[in-house]
Each structure stands twice: as structure tokens, then as C-alpha cells.
Design a protein. Structure first.
Length: 225
């Protein structure tokens, strides 16, 4: 079935509008074609993704993300659950109070914070957390799950606090003063050079060590968002 998928972009991220009666195999083929056509506009952009219309399983959503990764350089850093889309939009559009209290909304089983975390501020979450803003030196994130920072990460971040070494940390600009995943702790390397271009990176545990590397297509295939 042709024209079963409409790919839209807005300030909240990428939106895939899918016809209710479309078959999943047809959907995947059409998305691959349309993403290829639009790949020059995405370049190395990072974005959230949401789905409209046809209800998809988590596995089907993951398959679609993999198709996007294979056919473009677009980095999908988080999925916005359709049921929480309005909260996500409201959080982005609402000007936050700069205080030690977080403005949080549930997003895909985790929590969402909009604003800059400044020195001395601590954001705690028993689940995964998505932050739309920077994490400055001296600020701290404590998360029981994964951490996604849609901004610059220069503070301290603890992911998988319950000892979950399968947790990961993603940031559009990754320079944490200290990072811990599960029970493994690491410190950041050299400071970024002046005028260096921010690069989306992921931190994860492998063989008892924390590795920080570019959020490439190959890495995305191994990560369940």
C-alpha cells in the first residue's frame, strides 16, 4: 500500500503518521524509501521520534528505528510515547522555573525534565530520564535506568543505580566530570578543544569498563531505546 506513511518534522522531533490498515512490511518499505529521499535534510541531526495512527508494538517501533538508522544519518535518541505526547509538547513549550525542583512528565516509561541543571542541583529518578537542556559542571543526575541528555553533559551522571550495567547514557555533547553505570565508575577524559563541534555520544559498559563513543548506526543497532 503506497502513501501509508507520512513523515513529518517539527520542533518536538520526527513524527511518523501511519494508516491504520497498513501492513507492517509495507510500512517498513515505504519508510525506508522516504527516509532515503529526505536523508540530505537530516545529516547528523539528533531527534526524538513519535508515532501516530496505527498502533505498533515495541518491537515494530524498534525495527522502524533500525530502518531509519540504516537509511540516514539521523540519530533517534528517544521515543515519545503517543499517550504522553501532549505532556512532552507542553514541557518543551513551557518556560521552566530555574530552581532545584524539576518539571517532570512521564515519557516512555521514564521521566522528562526541561531546563538547565546548574551547579549544586540534583535530579533523581527511579526510572530512565530524558533531559531537554544542559547539565552544567557541579550538577548531578541519579537515575535507576538510562539517561538521555538533549544538550551538553558536563556534570556528574549515575545511570543504572540499582546495579544495572545494561543501562546507558546518551548526550548531544558528552563531557561528564564523572560517570557511573551500575557499579562501574569512570571520569571524563581531556576537556573539549575550543570551537570543537559537539558530537552525539553514548556511554555503556562492556567487559567491566565504561566506553564512550560516537552514537553511530552500528552502536544504535545494539541498543534498545
Amino acid at each position: 500500500m503506497k502513501n501509508s506513511v507520512v513523515v513529518k518534522g517539527n520542533k518536538y522531533g520526527i513524527v511518523l503518521s501511519i494508516k491504520e490498515d497498513a501492513l507492517i512490511e509495507d510500512i517498513k518499505i515505504e519508510i525506508a524509501d522516504k527516509i532515503k529521499e529526505a536523508s540530505k535534510f537530516f545529516k547528523n541531526a539528533s531527534s526524538a521520534i513519535s508515532f501516530e495512527g496505527k498502533r505498533l508494538s515495541d518491537d515494530e517501533k524498534q525495527q522502524i528505528i533500525e530502518i531509519i538508522s540504516e537509511n540516514s544519518d539521523l540519530n533517534i535518541v528517544c521515543i515519545v510515547d503517543d499517550e504522553r505526547k501532549e505532556e512532552f509538547k507542553n514541557a518543551i513549550e513551557t518556560k521552566p522555573e530555574i530552581s532545584t525542583e524539576a518539571m517532570i512528565a512521564n515519557v516512555t516509561g521514564g521521566q522528562f525534565y526541561r531546563g538547565t541543571l546548574r551547579s549544586g542541583q540534583v535530579l533523581e529518578s527511579e526510572s530512565s530520564v530524558v533531559i531537554l537542556g544542559d547539565v552544567n559542571p557541579g550538577a548531578k543526575i541519579l537515575s535507576g535506568g538510562n539517561v538521555v541528555v538533549l544538550g551538553s553533559l558536563k556534570g556528574t551522571v549515575y545511570a543504572g543505580l540499582s546495579g544495572d550495567e545494561a543501562a546507558f547514557v546518551v548526550a548531544l555533547d558528552m563531557w561528564p566530570s564523572q560517570i557511573r553505570i551500575g557499579d562501574i565508575i569512570a571520569r571524563s577524559g581531556d576537556k573539549p578543544k575550543k570551537h570543537s563541534k559537539p558530537e552525539t555520544k553514548i556511554a555503556y559498559v562492556e567487559d567491566g569498563n565504561i566506553y564512550i563513543e560516537s552514537f553511530s548506526k552500528e552502536v544504535r543497532k545494539d541498543i534498545k531505546l
